[in-house]
Design a protein. Structure first.
Lengths: 233, 297
């Protein structure tokens, strides 16, 4: 079942730089997809288009049946509620505890504290931070901080989880753990996961679908692919 | 329910932010205080000027002098004619002898002066009180056209001078006031700009998790509102207590018994309400400007 569909998407920035050229791709519900490519290859633009941080210059970006490119600025928040996003720099609020950081995502939406509590605890448990609920971000390791971000991204049970180089700041061992958490979310919650990364080892080990973007063009789409496959291709 | 929780959260965040950046908020609050103090003082002065002008005007009467040649019948006839005019409240006859007596009492030298004349050189007169002070001039002109009227006056020059003086005072305060309001709004804008900057991470996360634009903006609007309202507190207290004390000390009038002050009750609360409202509006306006300019969603 199609969940994301890009049709002939072009993106040219006002500076004249073309970030994406005539990109078409479909991603099914519940898929786990890696997006790889060099820095400035256009993979960030691709990811940002999915949560409507960027708009295509041409073409359509359909997420969950809605053409994201056509959503008005004032309505973007409705889309964002269905999408969880995790970044390389964790973007946690330093003065809030783990619990509060995760709860923040629901509080902003006006969810009652009665509903918030069980959801937050479940999300924290899922990322394996049950013991650190009351800790502040500065008391956590990098991997733990990233887990908090993942918990915050999934607490509203989104259909789509977007990860923009989530392991970019972490050592290989910790990265492995983080990938386990994300993989579990994909498997257990059937959340579609799209992850941009530079980490060869992760891509090679996980054997998931891989989209390769080079100079703004989708040059490879490999099922159960890896970095090797594009190097040999 | 959801909207209510978002509003509640916004108010809580706004208070937190005001106290977290206290030195900054304090500058904006102080500026609002000064502006609103000027607003309050000028409101009190303006209301009292208005009140004084009105009461002066209402006590103004037209003095009509009758020609010397007029007979008693002429005088009677003229009195009835003036009484018959629209807007005339009362007509009081005052003979030349009464004038003489009054003037002599006021200053004995008049008496010696008037002794030199073979007969009383003064004129018989009417004192006409009108219902509506704005009709003073119209009624005077009408009376001037009657037979047997020597002259009719209501002291135009003095009133015109006073009123135009008041006008200048009022306009000057207004200009100063508008300038001060702009400065305050600008300072509040600046304060909110810095709060927006210091909370940019929070704003980014709110955007990512799908907060509606209004939910993101609301805390900042409330923050401006709180700054404005806090800034109005001192001016309100000073107005209420200061005016009541001043009123009692002065005995309800200023310079002479003629210029009465506005009675403090209800009046001070009315001024306080305006000051509070203005504080809130300036605060929200300032933060609205900042939000529109610096909060990119």
């Amino acid at each position: 079942m199609k969940f994301i569909e890009l049709k002939n998407v072009n993106k040219t920035y006002s500076t004249g730089v073309t970030a994406l050229a005539d990109m078409s791709v479909t991603i099914d519900k519940g898929e786990f997809v890696f997006v790889i490519g060099h820095t400035a290859s256009g993979k960030s633009t691709f990811i940002k288009m999915l949560y409507r941080e960027e708009r295509p210059t041409k073409g359509s970006v359909i997420v969950g049946g809605v053409n994201v490119a056509k959503i008005r600025n004032g309505r973007v928040y409705k889309l964002r509620r269905k999408i969880g996003v995790v970044f390389q720099d964790f973007k946690l609020l330093p003065k809030l505890t783990v619990y509060e950081n995760v709860a923040f995502a629901l509080e902003c939406l006006g969810v009652s504290s009665k509903e918030i509590r069980p959801k937050v605890l479940k999300a924290i448990e899922r990322v394996g931070l049950k013991e650190k609920t009351r800790s502040f971000p500065h008391q956590l390791s990098g991997g733990e901080q990233q887990r908090v971000c993942i918990a915050r991204a999934i607490v509203n049970e989104p259909k789509l989880l977007i990860c923009d180089e989530p392991t970019g700041n972490l050592d290989p061992e910790t990265s492995k753990d983080i990938m386990k958490v994300i993989d579990n979310i994909n498997k257990e919650l059937k959340t579609t996961v799209i992850m941009a990364t530079h980490d060869k080892e992760i891509v090679n080990r996980m054997k998931k679908r891989v989209l390769l973007i080079e100079h703004g063009v989708l040059t490879g789409d490999y099922l159960k692919g890896s970095y090797k496959s594009h190097e040999s291709a | 329910m959801k909207a209510l929780r978002i509003v509640g959260r916004s108010i809580r965040d706004a208070f937190k932010s005001v106290f977290r950046n206290f030195s900054l908020s304090m500058a904006a609050i102080l500026c609002a205080t000064i502006t609103l103090m000027v607003v309050s003082i000028s409101l009190v002065i303006a209301a009292n000027i208005e009140n004084a002008t009105k009461s002066l005007e209402s006590e103004l009467s037209i003095v009509v002098y009758v020609k010397k040649s007029a007979t008693e019948d002429d005088i009677k006839y003229l009195q009835d004619k003036i009484k018959g005019l629209d807007n005339v409240e009362s007509v009081e006859y005052k003979s030349r002898d009464e004038w003489k007596l009054e003037m002599s009492e006021y200053n004995p030298s008049f008496e010696t002066l008037l002794e030199n004349y073979p007969e009383n050189p003064l004129l018989d007169s009417f004192v006409v009180v009108v219902k509506d002070a704005t009709d003073l001039e119209k009624v005077t002109t009408e009376i001037r056209n009657f037979d047997m009227v020597d002259s009719a006056n209501f002291g135009e020059d003095a009133v015109v001078t006073i009123v135009s003086l008041f006008d200048v005072v009022e306009k000057t305060t207004l200009i100063v006031l508008v300038a001060l309001i702009f400065v305050t709004a600008f300072l509040i804008t600046n304060t909110i700009k810095l709060t927006i900057y210091s909370r940019r991470n929070e704003i980014e996360i709110m955007r990512l998790v799908g907060s509606s634009n209004i939910a993101i903006k609301l805390p900042f609007i409330f923050e401006g509102f709180i700054i404005g309202v806090l800034g109005s507190l001192i001016p309100i207290l000073v107005t209420i207590y200061g005016y009541i004390i001043a009123y009692n000390k002065l005995g309800g009038h200023i310079i002479s018994e003629l210029i009465k002050l506005v009675a403090p009750f209800n009046f001070v609360f009315f001024v306080a309400l305006i000051v509070l409202g203005l504080g809130a509006v300036i605060g929200m306006l300032g933060s609205l400007l900042a939000v529109r300019k610096y909060l990119k969603i």
